[in-house]
Design a protein around this ligand. Structure first.
Ligand SMILES: NC(=O)c1ccc[n+]([C@@H]2O[C@H](COP(=O)([O-])OP(=O)(O)OC[C@H]3O[C@@H](n4cnc5c(N)ncnc54)[C@H](OP(=O)(O)O)[C@@H]3O)[C@@H](O)[C@H]2O)c1
Length: 342
């Protein structure tokens, strides 16, 4: 079904509106209502969990009957699910819109199906309009829906001989300034930064994302996993976000709780025990290894046991990128068998 220039333009506007909403548990969604001649009647966006969805927000700006014959342009398929708010599909049908144009299908088992319901009510439905642009905004949210948990990146820095620390436990700094700056940028693109109690006790990290001494504008929430208590004067307690402490080794439980808090991207920064636990549990979607031209020897390996008792059971990785960073080299990889970028 042909899409008009006005509808394509309205999708761009809906995308702008969507980006005003908070990133988190719910998708960022924007909606524009167009008159039959293509003028904008109303705009709306979703402001987060428990608030009206974008379509309903836009409809609420019109007088009864004003949306009759209108076209709704929405970044995500209108939901067909009664949660804390009613289904958008029914709201659009009740308002009398005659056409719905959207970008991406709603992947939710319970929320999807809105397009079908709209078609059954004789409303024209067109999907896939500017889908790539919308995917760029809510890709992380879509990944969480597909995986059923946040996306996990496991990162470590190692010597050329595969060590994560010297024999006294010191590991600062294995890599140079360019590699460390790269880590900080990637931290800032995450929602949570995770370490085990071993790292807290050995390194007392602040777990902030910085450019030199300056805090970057987005700070991931610091997360500490393990039974041992974090000292009252630990640097992580001075983080701009209150740290989350999980007295468990069950990483599934931790990820489920983080998901419920709206976390979409998790950055695991060690140490070797926790990194190995994520890899062994099959919970690493992406692996970042910063390799420095330094030799440490000894037994402080970058990973503890990951259950590879014979070479046939090696965790094979597929390289997405080899990136030189000063004298260091970053391997960006994902477990072979997982789709790239999963
Ligand atoms: N090179 C690097 O990139 C890097 C990064 C970070 C740290 N390090 C170095 O690594 C060393 C610390 O190593 P580490 O292995 O002790 O640190 P770690 O992995 O941060 O902490 C290990 C602790 O995490 C807890 N834990 C939480 N979930 C677990 C699970 N599923 N399985 C097992 N344990 C779990 C356990 O503590 P509880 O007993 O308290 O439950 C465990 O002893 C230091 O020398 C530090 O400098 C290096």
């Amino acid at each position: 079904m042909a899409v008009t220039d006005a509808e394509r333009e309205a999708m761009g506007r809906a995308l702008e509106l969507a980006s005003r909403g908070p990133r988190g548990l719910n998708p960022q969604v924007g909606a524009v209502l167009l008159s039959p001649t293509g003028e904008i009647l109303a705009e709306g966006w979703h402001r987060g969990s428990g608030t009206p969805h974008a379509e309903v927000d836009a409809l609420s700006r019109l007088t009864p009957g004003q949306a009759r014959g209108a076209t709704a342009v929405v970044t995500l398929e209108p939901c067909d699910h009664t949660g804390r708010t009613g289904p958008c599909s029914l709201a659009l049908i009740a308002a009398g819109v005659s056409r719905v144009v959207y970008a991406l299908d709603d992947p939710g088992e319970r929320s999807g199906g809105g397009a079908e319901r709209l078609r059954a009510a004789d409303i024209e439905v067109v999907s896939g309009v500017r889908a790539d642009a919308v995917r760029a905004l809510i890709g992380d949210w879509l990944t969480v829906q597909r995986l059923g948990r946040p996306h996990v990146t496991v990162k470590w820095a190692q010597s050329l001989d595969g060590r994560a620390a010297a024999s006294d436990g010191t590991s600062r700094w294995i890599t140079g300034p360019a590699a460390r700056a790269d880590v900080h940028r990637r931290r800032s693109a995450s929602d949570a930064i995770v370490v085990g109690t071993g790292t807290i006790l050995a390194d007392d990290p602040s777990l902030t994302a910085r450019d030199g001494d300056r805090l970057l504008s987005h700070q991931p929430t610091p997360v500490v996993i393990g039974a041992r208590p974090t000292p009252p004067d630990a640097a992580v307690r001075r983080h701009p976000h209150a740290p989350l402490f999980y007295d468990t080794h069950d990483l599934g439980v931790v990820l489920a709780d983080l998901r419920a808090r709206g976390v979409q991207r998790v950055f695991v920064e060690g140490g070797p025990t926790l990194a190995a636990a994520f890899l062994t549990a099959g919970l690493a979607d992406s692996v970042l290894v910063y390799i420095a031209p330094v030799l440490l020897g000894g037994d402080r390996l970058a990973l503890t046991d990951i259950g590879v008792e014979t070479i046939a059971r090696a965790h094979r990785l597929t390289i997405d990128e080899w990136l030189p960073l000063g004298d260091d080299l970053l391997a960006v990889a994902h477990p072979s068998g997982l789709e790239e970028g999963d």
